[in-house]
Design a protein around this ligand. Structure first.
Ligand code: PMP
Length: 400
């Protein structure tokens, strides 16, 4: 049995070696600078950010305001447009349920087949409650066609939701064009930028995106905090909160603010803003090295998602291996920690709906691996991954 202690480091001489972590779409380690920024708000500055009548609360409020600026700065929006939530699942729920709850009965919602479950499951629940829902298909690369969005919009359409970057195959949607189509029809446009924001520039002010969701733990921040961005331009569009109570976050999300988490989230955004472009270049090059290293040594390996790495989120490589059993592959890969399908989005080991949506046959869906390279990933890590995958797939293929 593996016992993980806080002292346990990968490669520590006192402990068994941990596998190389290549699952940065599922979650990321907390950056040491982020952790350092959070600690005082657990230990000394533990005030409630709403207790403005004393210094504890005032210090907490100042820290939250700073974090709000840091989050807003990453996405080029106004600090007052940031609504802190518990993560992107909540932000997606709030965006969609909140908008539809404020709309007349029989309203229409447009999503697409490659969205995260926190969009698709919400759409399915709303459909059961009488909302008209259109689920658009995606192309072989996982992208939504803006013309299909245009054709699907009805007079009753309230909201279109299309993610910026896909968490499984790394597709980058033409969000600017989709946003434009929606703006011209006065339909609210929501984009889940959870995976895109840490990896590519996301300038919401330059696009007509009304609502956007993101999460700190995908960008080297803590788990349990995220945000819904609600652009001021769209504040005339009514929205209901999911959570009622003290009226926090412009009445959209009641509940005492988790100040340490929010501070860490802000710091994580500040760091992403400073390092993102260099990091993206490095991760694209490492991803190419990984893909080519595996494909040059193994036949019948299919790359899922956009073919060229510049059209994919940096760090994403999703491969299917013909002729191997998916379960056997995952069980034998001991030196690397990767995902098969969408382990991060579901506790349910169903074959990936995204791979199915882009047309990957079922026999290959299970034999697929998602590699997510991240800030700590080195060339040596990639070499270990290539060696391990080539070895295990060759072994499995040579079994009678
Ligand atoms: N959207 C996307 C695109 C994601 O990848 C994830 C996490 N897998 C989520 C939403 C949910 O985020 P959270 O864990 O913060 O609820």
């Amino acid at each position: 049995m593996i016992v993980v202690t806080s002292e346990w480091q990968r490669g520590d001489v006192m402990t068994p070696e941990l596998p190389v972590y290549l699952d940065h779409h599922a979650t990321t380690p907390v950056d040491a600078r982020v952790l350092a920024s959070m600690l005082p708000f657990f230990e000394q500055q533990y005030g409630n950010a709403s207790s403005l009548h004393h210094v504890y609360g005032q210090v907490a409020r100042t820290a939250v305001n700073q974090a709000r600026e840091q989050v807003a700065g990453l996405l080029n929006v106004q600090p007052r447009e940031v609504v802190f939530t518990s993560g992107a699942t909540e932000a997606n729920n709030l965006a969609i349920k909140g908008s539809l709850a404020a709309a007349p009965a029989g309203s229409h919602l447009i999503v697409n087949a490659a969205e995260h479950k926190s969009v698709l499951d919400v759409a399915a629940k709303l459909a059961r409650r009488g909302v008209e829902v259109t689920i658009l298909p995606v192309d072989q690369f996982g992208c939504v066609d803006p013309k299909a969005v245009l054709n699907a919009i009805r007079p009753t359409t309230i909201l279109v939701s299309a993610m910026m970057g896909n968490n499984e195959v790394g597709s980058i949607n033409p969000v600017e064009e989709i946003a434009q189509v929606c703006a011209e029809r006065s339909v609210t446009f929501h984009s889940d930028v959870t995976q895109a924001a840490p990896r590519i520039p996301v300038d919401l002010a330059a696009m007509s995106v009304d609502l956007a969701s993101l999460s700190a733990h995908k960008m080297y921040g803590p788990k349990g905090v995220g945000a819904l961005i609600r652009r001021r331009s769209s504040s005339s569009r009514p929205m209901e909160p999911l959570m009622d109570g003290g009226g926090h976050e412009s009445r959209l999300r009641s509940g005492t603010l988790p100040v340490p988490l929010i501070v860490g989230f802000g710091k994580a955004c500040e760091i992403v803003r400073a390092v993102r472009d260099d990091e993206a270049r490095r991760l694209r090059s490492l991803s190419e090295q990984l893909e080519q290293g595996i494909r040059s040594q193994l036949s019948d390996v299919q790359l899922n998602g956009p073919t060229l790495s510049e059209f994919r989120l940096p760090g994403n490589v999703n491969l299917s291996f013909s002729g191997v059993d998916g379960d056997a592959l995952m069980t034998r890969l001991k030196k690397i920690a990767v995902s098969s399908g969408a382990a991060c989005s579901s506790s349910d080991p169903e074959p990936s709906h995204v791979l199915r949506a882009i047309g990957v046959p079922d026999r290959l869906v299970k034999a697929s691996l998602r590699f997510g390279l991240g800030r700590p990933t080195t060339t040596a890590d990639v070499e270990i991954a290539i060696e391990e995958v080539v070895r295990i797939v060759t072994e499995l293929r040579s079994m009678p």
